[in-house]
Every structure is written in C-alpha cells, then in structure tokens.
Ligand binder design. Structure first.
Ligand code: HEM
Length: 209
C-alpha cells in the first residue's frame, strides 16, 4: 500500500487530546508526590524508593500533591463534561458488554490484538478507559475525605472514615498505575496510535482502492 492509497481520518477531537496529556502530567505528579506522602506514614510494611518520588520531603510532596490536585480535578471535569455533552463517551466508549471484553482480553493474551480499525476502540479498551475514569473519580472522592475529614464526613462514612479512605485511596492509585502500565505497553504494541493522540488524525487505506 503506497502513501497515495491512504487518507487521513480524524480520531481524537482537540479537547480529548489536550485534556488527555494534561491528565497524564497531573497523574504523574499526583502519584510521585503521593508516594512520598505515603512514605511518611506507610499503610503497609514497605516504602517507595525516595528516588522515585517528588517533593524532596513530606512538606514539599504535600505542596506538589495539592497543586496537581487542582489541575487533575479541573482538567478531569472539563474532559468528563466534554465527553458527556458532546456525545464522545457515547460514541467511543459505549456500549461495552462483559462477554465482549472477556473475548477481547482472551484474544489479546493469545497475541491477537483486535485493533485493526484504529478509528474505533475495541471492547477491552472501552472497559479500560471507563475504569480509568471511574478510578480518577474514586481517587478524587477518597482524597477529599483524607484532606478534609470533618467537612466530608458523610462521604467518609461510606469509605470507613479517615483510615478506610486511606486504603481506598491507596488501592485506587495502585489500580490506576496498573492501568497506565498496561496502557503504555498497548501503545508500544500498536505504535501508530501514539502520534494520533497529538495530531488527532490517523492514516487509513482509501475507500474503494
Ligand atoms: C498517565 C495517565 C493516563 C491516563 C489516565 C490515560 C487515559 C486514557 C484514556 C481515558 C484514553 C481514551 C481517551 C478518549 O478517547 O476519551 C486514552 C487514550 C490514549 N492514550 Fe492514554 N492515558 C494516560 C497516559 C498515557 C501515556 C503515558 C501515553 C503514551 C505512551 C498514552 C497514550 C494514549 C493513546 C495513544 C491513546 C489513544 C489510543 C488509541 O487510539 O487506540 N496515554 N488514554
């Protein structure tokens, strides 16, 4: 197939591209500074290596965490509002059925990645992206309980109060880090998707040729 046989299709609207990369940066800052905060009072019998953390010390890490928190919450809100109001979520992330997701994951584990049509997300991608969005919401809600336990008492009761919210926050972070690792591996396996998250378009075979 020569370049003359191909044309470009728009796959990622500008608001999705901008919020995606701002989110990725905000999440990186939140996770690395969060690890430093965790190290000051670990929930489990381990600490994260200080070299992998952001902030230099507990006070510095808290400053990073609180600064990136506004970026993540504001930018996340813009992404979710755009996704719902523009129909982007309905068009690209729905519908998603458990049987289709299991089928897709089984295929991927056998080395058969169902990503031939790069203008559509397969069922496993849809489920993973919806889960990442839900984890972001859970991280923000549990973070609010840890930040202001008195003001968010009602929400805190749903999570086992301050201590329970710390565990919810930790496990939601671990699940989101797992998503990011798998996500980046998938992008590496289908590298053509990477530039499209900057340019918004992807090359496909021209129709009728
Ligand atoms: C750090 C946290 C990250 C989160 C939470 C995240 C989340 C997401 C979500 C929700 C989507 C779907 C967007 C939509 O259409 O509404 C997406 C797509 C995408 N992301 Fe990420 N992402 C992250 C980091 C990254 C990184 C580091 C890379 C690059 C290596 C990357 C590359 C991509 C690409 C290429 C797509 C489009 C996939 C395709 O068209 O098949 N993401 N990401």
């Amino acid at each position: 197939m020569s370049l003359a046989d191909t044309s470009y299709v728009r796959v990622h609207p500008l608001p999705v591209r901008v919020t995606h990369w701002v989110n990725a940066l905000a999440i990186l800052m939140m996770v690395l500074s969060g690890w430093r905060i965790y190290n000051a009072s670990p929930l489990f019998g381990f600490r994260f290596p200080n070299d992998w953390t952001l902030g230099g010390w507990l006070g510095g890490a808290l400053q990073w965490h609180f600064a990136a928190m506004w970026l993540l919450a504001g930018n996340g809100l813009i992404y979710v509002c755009y996704g719902v109001l523009s129909g982007h979520f309905r068009r690209k992330l729905l519908p998603v059925s458990p049987s289709a997701v299991l089928h897709e994951v089984g295929q991927a584990l056998r080395g058969r990645l169902a990503h031939d049509d790069l203008t559509l997300y397969n069922a496993a991608q849809r489920a993973a992206y919806l889960a990442a969005i839900a984890l972001g919401v859970l991280l923000i809600l549990s973070g609010l309980v840890i930040w202001k336990p008195v003001q968010f008492q009602g929400l805190g009761m749903l999570m086992g109060n301050f201590e329970g919210a710390r565990y919810v926050h930790f496990f939601a972070m671990a699940a989101l880090v797992f998503f990011v690792v798998v996500h980046v591996v998938m992008v590496a396996l289908v590298p053509r998707t990477f530039p499209s998250m900057f340019t918004g378009r992807i090359r496909v075979p021209s129709k009728g040729e």
